[in-house]
Structure formats: structure tokens, C-alpha cells
Design a protein around this ligand. Structure first.
Ligand SMILES: C[S@@+](CC[C@H](N)C(=O)[O-])C[C@H]1O[C@@H](n2cnc3c(N)ncnc32)[C@H](O)[C@@H]1O
Length: 201
């Protein structure tokens, strides 16, 4: 794994949430692509759990799918979704990043992850629902990134649409985690539905 995408947050538990270190064995790695899963190389990783659900982990897929935003980040940035702070940690290594607003819904996640970033005066972590949060009046961002979803699925498109409309006039650049893949899933679902209706109605 590249150093830039390490997770600096210690393991811990807060309410329903936990940060855990876990290992993927060579055998688990070989099974990772079974049933079209993403390839997970053997190694040691971190994950953020909510109960039994993996909210975020620093696997190869997560690293690769967030790279565009990390390259793009500069100036005043807003990230919706703190998670493990993986991409936050990566963009703070860039001198061109001058200020970062991070909007996180759950206080437990802020308790677990926030202290790892309090040394950096550029970071403002705000507890709020990304869909409800109102940025300070008159403020504009150079880059905005929406990353509040546990999974990649077409249902995410509704919230993505709301967030993109909300920040349309407040930023020159914005993206949502795996938006194009969500759109592809939506098109595929429509195709499958049409095929089903053709045969069965
Ligand atoms: C996939 S993780 C984000 C990963 C993060 N970008 C990183 O680099 O580690 C999603 C995060 O969004 C948070 N979240 C979920 N729904 C939210 C909402 N409506 N508003 C703000 N944060 C939300 C979750 O609690 C979680 O911390």
C-alpha cells in the first residue's frame, strides 16, 4: 500500500462504532475475488465498523476509487464523511490544501477518528448530516467530495443528486464516491427489468 493512504487512527470502540486492525491471509486473499468481489491483497488493514457492517476499510479498492479526488484536492476543500480519515490524511500531505471542512453525521466516529487530526489547524470537523448542513454564508470551496455511503449501489444516486445540486454554485469541482459505477448499475437494472417484463408480462 502506498504510504499516502495509511490510516493513522488507533483502534477503539465508541457506542456502536469501532476501529479495528485486521489481517487478510493469503488464502482469504485468493477467495476475495470469488463471486466478483474486489481483489484484497494479503496484509494488515484497518476498518471502521458500525455493528457488523464495514463502513470503511483501507483496502486496495478503497484506495484506488478515491485517488481522483486525492489528486484533485487543493485550496479550500469540503469532504462529506469522515470514516477512517484515510483520504483526509492523504490530502493533508499536500501543501496546496489550505483548509478542510469535514462533515460527519455520527459523534462516535468523530470521537474515534477526530483526535488523530487535531494537530492540523487546516482541519475543521463538523458534526452534521451532510444533507442538512449549511456551509457558512458567503463561503466557496475549490473541491467538494461526497463519501457517505457504505456500499456502491444505484440507490446512492438520489442523495448524490441532492448533494451535487446543493454544492453546484459553491464549488468549481465536486464528485461523489463511485458515482459513475452507481449510474452503470442503474442502467443495468433498467435493462434487466425491461428484459424481465418482455418475457413475463
Ligand atoms: C465510507 S465512510 C467515508 C470514508 C472516508 N472518506 C475515509 O477516507 O476514510 C462514510 C462516512 O460517512 C458518514 N456518514 C454517513 N451518512 C452521513 C451523512 N448523512 N452525513 C454525514 N456523514 C455521514 C459515516 O458515518 C462514515 O464515517
Amino acid at each position: 500500500m502506498t504510504r499516502e493512504l495509511e490510516v493513522i487512527v488507533p483502534d477503539g470502540i465508541c457506542g456502536d462504532f469501532s476501529v479495528e486492525t485486521y489481517t487478510v491471509s493469503e488464502q482469504d486473499s485468493r477467495f476475495s475475488t470469488f463471486n466478483r468481489g474486489d481483489y484484497v491483497p494479503a496484509g494488515t488493514y484497518k476498518r471502521l465498523m458500525r455493528g457488523n457492517t464495514v463502513v470503511m476499510s483501507n483496502t486496495l479498492m478503497e484506495v484506488q476509487t478515491n485517488m481522483d479526488f486525492i489528486r484533485q484536492a487543493h485550496g479550500r476543500v469540503l469532504i462529506n464523511g469522515l470514516g477512517l480519515g484515510m483520504i483526509l490524511n492523504a490530502i493533508l500531505k499536500k501543501e496546496v490544501v489550505t483548509e478542510v471542512y469535514v462533515i460527519e453525521k455520527y459523534s462516535e466516529v468523530i470521537t474515534l477518528v477526530g483526535p488523530s487530526f487535531c494537530w492540523d489547524q487546516r482541519v475543521k470537523i463538523i458534526q452534521a448530516d451532510a444533507l442538512e448542513y449549511k456551509p457558512p454564508k458567503g463561503i466557496k470551496f475549490d473541491c467538494v467530495y461526497h463519501d457517505i455511503w457504505d456500499y456502491i449501489c444505484s440507490d446512492n444516486l438520489v442523495e448524490m443528486g441532492k448533494l451535487h445540486r446543493k454544492y453546484g454554485k459553491l464549488t468549481k469541482w465536486q464528485d461523489s464516491w463511485q458515482k459513475e459505477l452507481c449510474k452503470y448499475y442503474k442502467r443495468r437494472e433498467k435493462r434487466e427489468e425491461a428484459r424481465y417484463n418482455y418475457f413475463f408480462s
